[in-house]
Design a protein around this ligand. Structure first.
Ligand code: ZN
Ligand code: ZN
Length: 215
């Protein structure tokens, strides 16, 4: 598996390519802006974009979505509970970011659930439902790697005050990530990559969600 990172758009969203080198197939996670740059990079490397995946449906993760779908024909996968935001600028926060602005996307080709598998050539990504930042936020897991969206950042967590945000759900999601076996490289929706072991040791929100921290 090869992972490429693109920092795109006004709020510096991380867009990722997950590449299966054997088949040159590639998934794009969170095409937050700069569709042309994403498309050109895929062409330059001879990649076929076979899937578009969203970790959640905030505008800053999907401003390049429709152009990417139009050019590549790749299907979109999103958690069922975040799908309504594709067509609702209140829920996807576009209006909040630019007053009166609209972001309307077509409905997803695939609605995903916890435990679903996404195939990219010979790579399997497993869907982990991690609500809290949004109701349908997910992480994608594979071979020691987590794409954590806006659920978990290096030394921080996503906000929970936007539509569908829920602090206690987020704490439970963070506890589920913390309790995964072994270590993972973490690729968040914003900021630099980290590791689960670093977050277990340094991120107060992961420590705080340990049950005996409340005693
Ligand atoms: Zn977000
Ligand atoms: Zn974001």
């Amino acid at each position: 598996m090869t992972i490429l990172t693109f920092i795109v758009g006004a709020v510096q969203t991380n867009c990722y390519f997950v590449i299966d080198e054997k088949t040159s197939r590639c998934a794009v996670i969170d095409p937050g802006a700069e569709a042309r740059r994403i498309i050109n990079k895929a062409a330059e490397r001879g990649l076929t974009i076979s899937q578009i995946l969203l970790t959640h449906s905030h505008f800053d993760h999907m401003l390049a979505l429709e152009e990417l779908r139009r050019v590549t024909g790749a299907p979109l996968a999103i958690h069922r509970l975040d799908a309504p935001a594709l067509t609702n600028s209140e829920i996807n926060c576009m209006r909040r970011f630019i007053s009166g602005a609209e972001l309307n996307c077509r409905q997803a080709e695939r609605l995903i659930e916890h435990g679903d598998i996404i195939e990219i050539g010979e790579i399997n990504l497993t869907v982990m439902h991690t609500p809290g930042h949004t109701i349908g936020s997910v992480c994608y897991l594979s071979d020691g790697v987590i794409f954590s969206g806006d659920t978990l950042f290096r030394d921080g967590i996503g906000r929970y005050d936007l539509w569908g945000g829920d602090y206690s759900a987020l704490c439970e999601s963070l506890a589920s990530l913390r309790d995964l076996d072994g270590d993972y490289r973490v690729y968040p929706g914003h900021g630099s990559t980290t590791s689960l072991s670093h977050e277990r040791a340094n991120n107060p929100y992961l420590a705080m969600s340990q049950p005996d921290a409340w005693m």
